[in-house]
Ligand binder design. Structure first.
Ligand code: ZN
Ligand code: ZN
Length: 274
């Protein structure tokens, strides 16, 4: 089965309409296409579906799902940010929209002074954030990033962990930390433990390949091994922002045996809520 659960459109920061993405997915032979607009609900920011447009997003995708039901299964989800103190990816926050699934992602690291450092906007913004809000301490920044990732996984009820080592995005072209350092590998192990305990899915995300930043997916090969050793399950996602990149690099990864093709909320086992 060919599936993708991570798709952006003009409703947030994508280039194409949902219908253009669906037509491309049909042409590329997808069985399932899931939309996952960025959201910091109830706050708005430049990359997200504005709060007031959220009902419109769900209505349009649901309508298209019906229109194309014979050719493809279309799902409507959310890529929800975790910004401590502002928003989180918990299912309860999005309950009124009844999303088919939620991807939880960290795109901002909260610095000790309370400011948000954007993880993946541009190398320049990251560099500026690091020097201005972390006094250039890359290790402190990355440890805060992974602490937020763990906290998100442990505290909130959502389905798929989005690009768990997004902090690598600029590290190939503008190296700023050593991915083989013991302290960094320790952070990966801690996050892998938290994910395994939570029962959440992790995406293998090819978005940085299609945008020319990395030659490998998120999570890195090293991190994938750690997760697999703990029996964490994966979905293959392109994090596509345009119709022509919906299955970017899927041929490189699609043969892995451990991808979950289809999932439903009832099939994902969760520890009982206390
Ligand atoms: Zn993302
Ligand atoms: Zn995304």
């Amino acid at each position: 089965m060919k599936t993708n659960y991570h798709t952006h459109t003009v409703w947030c920061d994508g280039r194409d309409t949902p219908e253009a993405m669906i037509l491309s997915a049909i042409e590329k032979g997808f069985d399932v296409l899931g939309f996952s607009s960025h959201s910091t609900y109830p706050d708005d920011n430049a990359c997200t579906v504005p709060r007031l447009k959220m009902p419109g997003y769900f209505t349009e995708v649901r309508k298209l799902a019906k229109k194309y039901a014979v050719q493809i299964k279309v799902l409507c989800g959310i890529e929800a940010d975790y910004i401590p103190g502002a928003t989180d990816p918990d299912r309860s926050r999005y309950a009124e929209f009844k999303p088919d699934y939620i991807i939880g992602s960290v795109h901002y690291v909260i610095a000790p002074d309370g400011e948000r450092v954007p993880v993946d906007h541009t190398p320049e913004l990251l560099h500026e954030g690091l020097s201005r809000h972390f006094a250039g301490d890359v290790k402190a920044y990355l440890q805060t990033y992974f602490a937020q990732e763990r906290e998100m996984v442990e505290r909130f009820d959502f389905d798929i962990l989005g690009h768990p080592d997004l902090c690598r995005k600029f590290n190939e072209k503008h190296p700023y930390f050593d991915e083989t350092a013991d302290w960094y590998l320790h952070e990966l192990e801690l996050l892998a433990d938290a994910v395994a305990k939570s029962g959440k899915l992790v995406e293998l995300n090819t978005g940085a390949i299609s945008r020319g930043w990395l030659n490998d997916a998120y999570p890195s090969a090293t991190f994938r091994d750690m997760l697999r050793k703990r029996n964490v399950r994966f979905v293959l996602n392109s994090d596509s922002h345009a119709a022509d990149t919906l299955d970017c690099a899927f041929d490189r990864f699609a043969d892995a045996e451990d991808f979950v093709a289809e999932f439903s909320l009832t099939k994902i086992s969760r520890p009982p809520m206390i």
